[in-house]
Write a protein that binds this ligand. Structure first.
Ligand SMILES: Cc1cc2nc3c(=O)[nH]c(=O)nc-3n(C[C@H](O)[C@H](O)[C@H](O)COP(=O)(O)OP(=O)(O)OC[C@H]3O[C@@H](n4cnc5c(N)ncnc54)[C@H](O)[C@@H]3O)c2cc1C
Length: 291
């Protein structure tokens, strides 16, 4: 297990299917109106008195994957961040999920606002980035209530609320999502903090040097813990928005930088599946060795 620090500079080489995407990254005010936001809150706020320019946004078909969308966004010109293109404040961990599937369950990554972070955006979930979408719907009050039709919705118009996290009770064709300038993140791994310490109850002292998850979240806003089942071992990853590469970090331009964790061969997967299926009682003895 490599425990060095890695700065995530999302780059891309993948070929993209242009049918999935269209984007509006300019300052063209003719596009759909922007929700008004408070910086650093997780929801749109209609009481904000300042009317802002429309934010950069991308329209994506619901069958596109997170990986494809992130690759597309990073390839766009015009972003003013420290990394090329555009991004989101956070995204789900896995890239082969579809946009339709992620929006259905109100998918998210890990990020809460922290003092000093100069990403001016609302955080929330990916559904909170929706500015508009197209859905297949019926109109019970219309002339043909039994017929399905394609309808476009704008965020804030009313009926849209039922679709933002619909748990599979709707069918979205595409969504227009607000994006932000791309940025660099430093990822640090910690494997020497026991779950007891990591998950200790928050106390007033927690932010004073304790190695609790709360302390890390308060400091950087982004953390993930893999707690190996039936063991006292945990792998904590902490991300910090960082303008330039710390000299101790390794620059990476692609996702999936932990091969031991991300690249299990088909044979290994099948082997583990078979063992778990045939001898589930081995799980407690197997789990500690995964670490
Ligand atoms: C390994 C792994 C890691 C994960 N990590 C995260 C994470 O970090 N953060 C997070 O938030 N979630 C995470 N998830 C959960 C994941 O976001 C959800 O399970 C998501 O719904 C899966 O999307 P999918 O494309 O596989 O859709 P499916 O599993 O095929 O479908 C999920 C639901 O979405 C609906 N749906 C799919 N497409 C559409 C559409 N076009 N219109 C309407 N409804 C649609 C389906 O009807 C179904 O109800 C993870 C899941 C896995 C397997």
């Amino acid at each position: 297990m490599r425990m060095g620090q890695a700065e995530q500079l999302h780059g891309q080489t993948a070929r993209l299917d242009a049918r999935f995407f269209s984007s509006y990254f300019g300052d063209d005010s003719s596009h759909k109106s922007s929700p008004r936001r408070h910086h650093g809150t997780s929801s749109f706020n209609d009481n904000d008195s300042k009317v802002r320019q429309p934010p950069p946004m991308a329209k994506v078909q619901s069958g596109a994957t997170i990986d494809a969308l992130m690759n597309f966004l990073e390839q766009q010109s015009g972003g003013k961040g420290t990394a090329p293109g555009y991004s989101f404040p956070h995204i789900p961990a896995t890239g082969n999920l579809t946009i339709g599937g992620v929006l259905a369950i109100n998918g998210h990554g890990t990020a809460i606002p922290v003092l000093g972070e100069d990403i001016c955006t609302s955080y929330g979930s990916l559904s909170n980035r929706i500015l508009a979408f197209t859905a297949v719907v019926t109109d019970p009050d219309g002339a043909t209530p039994d017929r399905y039709a394609i309808r476009e919705f704008n965020r804030g118009e009313g009926d849209d609320r039922a679709f933002l996290a619909h748990l599979g009770r709707a069918f979205l064709l595409d969504a227009t999502l607000e994006v932000i300038d791309n940025y660099n993140m430093r990822c640090q791994s910690f494997v020497d903090i026991s779950p007891n310490v990591l998950f200790q109850a928050p106390t007033p002292e927690s932010s004073n040097g304790h190695e609790s998850l709360m302390t890390f979240l308060q400091t950087t806003g982004r953390a993930e813990v893999l707690w190996y089942p039936l063991s006292d071992k945990a792998w904590l990853k902490v991300w910090t928005v960082t303008k330039s590469k710390p000299h101790t970090s390794t620059a990476v331009k692609l996702p999936y930088n932990y091969p031991f964790s991300h690249n299990m061969s088909k044979f290994q997967g099948l082997f583990l599946k078979t063992v778990i299926h045939l001898w589930p009682s081995l799980t407690p003895r197997f789990s500690p060795h995964v670490y």
